[in-house]
Design a protein around this ligand. Structure first.
Ligand SMILES: [Zn+2]
Length: 90
């Protein structure tokens, strides 16, 4: 993820980035989080640190943050590859 993506992918907000939405294509602010799930700062920072590095050099992170990061990656792949259809929140 590039620095320019440090904003809500849904509305462009730069503060309160606490969620992740595969549908929106990345992190979202708390107001947009309803369509995604909570992504901790540690998980978000890990994603930023890990991208572009060899797997052996990815930084250590708490299991909970890693689980959130994995979910973000998995849901993005599923959403954009149409691996699994998900109900649309209304
Ligand atoms: Zn937003």
């Amino acid at each position: 993820m590039r620095n320019q993506e440090r904003k809500s992918r849904n509305c462009g907000e730069h503060e309160h980035l606490s969620g992740f939405s595969a549908a929106a294509g990345g992190v979202v602010c708390s107001a947009c989080e309803a369509g995604g799930f909570a992504l901790s700062h540690d998980a978000y920072q890990w994603l930023l640190d890990a991208v572009g590095k060899p797997l052996a050099e990815t930084p250590a992170v708490a299991p909970r943050a890693l689980a959130q990061a994995e979910r973000a990656i998995r849901e993005t792949a599923e959403y954009h590859a149409n691996v699994r259809l998900r109900p649309v929140l209304t």
